[in-house]
Design a protein around this ligand. Structure first.
Ligand code: FES
Length: 72
């Protein structure tokens, strides 16, 4: 799912950035440019980043996180 329309950043892009060691939302913005244009995606991107960070600490992958988010 596309999170940031301005820079075409998806939830998978955010998950990948976290897996590759992105440790803060500021760093995510530097790495991907998410939420650096109109800002409409900021809250959603921020939430996704923290969900992915928490899932990473629990050893979960994107699928488990997405299933939990969607209620599946
Ligand atoms: S939708 Fe992400 S900066 Fe505009």
């Amino acid at each position: 799912m596309i999170i940031c329309i301005c820079h075409r950043i998806s939830d998978r892009d955010i998950a990948r950035a976290v897996r590759e060691g992105c440790a803060s939302f500021d760093q995510l913005q530097d790495d991907t440019r998410v939420a650096t244009a109109c800002g409409a995606c900021h809250d959603c991107a921020h939430q996704r980043f923290h969900e992915q960070s928490a899932a990473g600490h629990r050893g979960e992958g994107l699928a488990a996180s997405a299933a939990r988010t969607s209620g599946a």
